[in-house]
Design a binder for this molecule. Structure first.
Ligand SMILES: [Zn+2]
Ligand SMILES: [Zn+2]
Length: 213
């Protein structure tokens, strides 16, 4: 698992009984509302969202009236995740990575194991793990101005923000300009939109994108 500990704490805060190993521990809920796409969690013990054929419409899709229904919680603990008893499917610039991905020159077994044992981050859009130096980047959470200041080697968070913004693909900072970086930020919750940030695990390169409310 490679992502910010603060973020994992947020995802797996409560002690719960793991539905996979039966032990009490820090667990991630695998079928909560933000994981409504069950196929993105790989665990053969995870109960199906579909009880029987009556739940499907004529096209084989889950009937509209059942979509969004709150299922019984199903938890997987961080130990089971680190040992690969359940996995996450991740979308990356190198394609979808699942536990069944066959290692090749570009994607080593270490990358497959590391990424599929890393949880999704909270987002309403696709869970797109950024890629750099032929490897997945480490998700560092939703940054506020103060985080850019802490990450800047010379403390100039505004310059770092401006650099990341100018290097990003078009649209990553829609409606955000350099002027959206406050002069003297003290309030951690300055931006209301999520600024999802990743750091390269090899060269330290930082990239980010804004998810508008
Ligand atoms: Zn467990
Ligand atoms: Zn890099």
């Amino acid at each position: 698992m490679d992502c910010d500990e603060r973020y994992v704490k947020d995802l797996a805060a409560d002690d719960q009984t793991c539905n996979i190993c039966g032990k009490m521990g820090r667990c991630i809920r695998l079928n909560a509302e933000w994981f409504s796409d069950y196929p993105y969690v790989e665990c053969n013990l995870l109960p199906s969202r579909v009880e029987d054929d009556d739940d499907l419409d004529e096209y084989g899709n889950v009937k509209d009236e059942l979509v969004g229904e709150e299922p019984e919680p199903f938890y997987g603990c961080l130990t089971c995740l680190s040992e690969g008893r359940f996995n996450f499917v991740h979308e990356t610039a190198a394609g979808f990575i699942t536990r069944d991905t066959i290692p090749n020159l570009g994607i080593t077994k270490e990358i497959i194991d590391g990424l599929t044992r890393t949880p999704h981050y909270r987002t309403r859009r696709g869970n797109d793990y950024r890629w750099h130096c032929d490897d997945y980047m480490s998700y560092r959470g939703q940054w506020q101005p103060i985080d850019f200041i802490r990450a800047a080697k010379n403390g100039d968070g505004k310059a770092l923000f401006s650099k990341i913004r100018s290097e990003s693909e078009p649209g990553a900072f829609r409606y955000y300009t350099d002027n959206d970086f406050p002069d003297n930020p003290t309030d951690r919750a300055y931006w209301s939109s999520a600024v999802h940030t990743f750091v390269c695990r090899h060269c330290g390169y930082i990239c980010a994108y804004v998810e508008l409310d």
